[in-house]
Write a protein of this length. Sequence first.
Length: 276
Amino acid sequence: MSAAVRFRASAEGVAGLAILALLGLVALLAPVLHPGDPLDIVGAPLTRPFTVLATPLGTDWLGRDVLAMIVHGARTSLTVGLAAAFVAISIGVAVGTLAGLFGRWVDETLMRVTDAFQTIPGFLLALAFVSTVGPSLATVVFAIALGAWTGPARLVRAEVLSIRERDFVAAARVVGMHPLAIAVREVLPHALPPVVSLAAVIVAGAILTEAALSFLGLGDPNRATWGGLIAEGRSVLRSAPFLSIWPGLALVVTVLGVHLAGEGVVAALALRRSGP
């Protein structure tokens, strides 16, 4: 039974994939669903939800469409989550492969660097980096990746240390294959599956970190973000709680979808590794 079939047999995985597919479709079609700049003023300030057809989820204290900002915010959150996970996993895979394959002083040096990054909480590292460099989408992505690559690095290193002693790797060395070719063709395909399981955790953490940075005013100021919308709702929380509720629900649903999809991937890969 293939991993795809096992994934489809997981109710959690299918539910999570359905949520993420819907969110991805909304993010992809954001310019079609709500054309123009979502930060434009389109109505009276603090219009309550379901009272004006043009702004069904209401408006913020400046008169901007809450639904438009949530739809465009989905694009920002998913872009940051996926991009940060890709950068973090790429760095982690490179570091872990080099450390595990070459060993000795290379392993010692890279693991000490990894230890140094792990001593700093990821959110504080991202906060300091964005505060220093300045808020932008690329800066936020790289800042989040700086605190997230250590997990994949240690996981890949552990896998490589196990795989490099196997017969097929020894055979590749005997025939004179270049170490880089051994790493790419023989070692990485067997070391990556556990990292795929970790990707869901990194994506969910990146989405929450981006929302927290935006909440603190360190997100991209030219983009609609869920964290920024929640932060705006603080000053009118008693009179207009919907400003914080709608983006908060969007965050919960997104992280839940990532978590459920990750559970499906973990189940499929675990069965694949333990099964025939």
